[in-house]
Ligand binder design. Sequence first.
Ligand code: SF4
Length: 174
Amino acid sequence: MNQLVILAILCIIFAAVSLWVSQRLRTDSGIPDGDVVYDDAGSWYEVAKPLFNKELMLTGKPDYVVRAEDGSLIPVEFKSAKAPVQPYDGHVMQLIAYCALVESHFGKRPSHGIIRYDNKSFNIDYTPHLEDELLAVLEEMRFDLEDQDVARSHDAWQRCNGCGFKDVCEESLV
Ligand code: SF4
């Protein structure tokens, strides 16, 4: 067999193995099969620039956005913690905010988003009900921003422990 033919066959085998490994990695990570459509130059796992929704005056960046096989755009948010029984409300709202940002940025409504905890992923449907909840939360946050005295909205000392305001916050649990 001519050397060029052997080289071509080796290239095809290498491409097939690479594709299989990449599909395996995606399956293991709970990420749907699809192309990355918005990430930074060096990494699959980070979105380079914050997305902005003028109408909602909302900005933020999901860790990752992929195009699923059906063409829908899926934001993925990674959390380093072990998965709770159900995703935390705050994490769901964060993901829904990313769905809204992806929709306005790419002009296409995501069917759902994914929260990927250390050991498990959750698909969260981007429903009109959750969208309404997001609008209500944003309105509440804007209202609170003008208030001088805002009560703590949770009982998780871990959140306070990781908060940059814990040394000055009168509501801090740590
Ligand atoms: S320290 Fe204060 S601002 Fe930070 S998470 Fe705790 S209650 Fe909220």
